[in-house]
Write a protein that binds this ligand. Sequence first.
Ligand SMILES: O=C(O)C1=C[C@@H](OP(=O)(O)O)[C@@H](O)[C@H](O)C1
Ligand SMILES: C=C(OP(=O)(O)O)C(=O)O
Length: 436
Amino acid sequence: MSVGETLPVGTGPGEAWTAPAASEPLDARVEVPGSKSLTARYLVLAALSETPVHLRGGLRSRDSALMIAALRSLGASVDDTGDAWTITPGPLRGGGDVFCGLAGTVMRFVPPMVLLADGPVTFDGDEAARVRPMAPLFDALRALGAPVDDDGRGSLPCTVTPPDAVASEVEVDASTSSQFVTALLLVAPRLPHGLTIRQVGARLPSLPHIDMTCATLREAGVQIDQPDATTWVVHPGPVRLRDVRVEPDLSNAGPFMAAALVAGGEVRIPGWPASTTQPGALYPELLARMGGSCSLEGDVMTVRGDGTIRGIDADLSPAGEITPTIAALCALAEGPSRLTGIGHLRGHETDRLAAIQDEVRRLGGECEAGDDWLAFGGMPAGGLHPAVIESYEDHRMATFGAIVGLAVNGTQVLNVGTTAKTMPEFPAMWKAMLRP
Ligand SMILES: O=C(O)C1=C[C@@H](OP(=O)(O)O)[C@@H](O)[C@H](O)C1
Ligand SMILES: C=C(OP(=O)(O)O)C(=O)O
């Protein structure tokens, strides 16, 4: 059985899951599974490596399963049956079809691998994936010499054909997604002359995720120079990823950490890394500004709250993926909030700015979405009222609904099983947090 095939009753498409309300302060320890973003990078780098790699703590989720299937179709062999997965690289093979689901990491990180393959590869994904931005990556691949057939749509489906010769420099507009830069970086050391990548977009979101890519490449022995903030020079050479362990996913820790502020009490997250490139590292500071307290003792991050939440004014451009969680707190906060630098979220799993605005309003709250910002009025005098929250096939909108439901008794979430994208155990973990 693959992830997401069989969902518990009440969690599937069209089904409404009753979000549990918190009846007392929390006292929970929550072990969060491995990072989605690190798992994806390590899998790709292992498939590009010289020798087999053992990966521990890899995230088991729909996105990971899709990445593993993609790499297998390109010729790598992946044994993910035990605790330590073994990835055995092979010559990159074309001729296959890759299904990306709704995974940005798969639809962006895998197409550049075709630069090294022996034949064309076709990519497609969920209906919702067919509107996610791809054009800047297609343009970059074409500039490098690889024909891309997308029927002029600038989105999936597409067929990428290996080039006769590959250029050594490329420009990319990553203003709609940092994943375009990461995708080119990952394959760069294996190109005959390496690759110089210049980001030419007006802004660059999710910078920590690009730093994460550079850090994992360096772990694999790759030399990268960064002459300025938007240029990366990747030297050609072998990829030699050693055996690695994946950190817990700090963005997925977010809803559990936020729960301590909503319900009061404390939530402990073990395995918190001493240093990390994950954008979820911003949570302690943000949650402290919103009225919680966060402390790291050893590797355990403890978040405490008393049920009161302060509004916040925050630029979330470095960490767009944590916006739905912070937005749930803003909807429950005592004062107004403003979240900025998040225009690229309109190209995430769904248009997250529109989704957050609509769902906060559905709960009776005040929220306005601008081109790259969200403004919240804070909790209305009479409180929010229960509603059926639409999750839009977006795992983070599903967890948004769960967070609100802690405070708004009777909240329901449609298709909470969509959390299988990055955390299939979410509904069970959420209930266990309330009844440890
Ligand atoms: O490289 C990655 O693993 C990711 C980069 C970010 O993408 P965007 O820059 O498109 O926001 C982030 O939001 C996404 O969840 C994961
Ligand atoms: C934006 C996200 O995912 P993806 O990797 O599909 O872009 C996310 O997980 O919040």
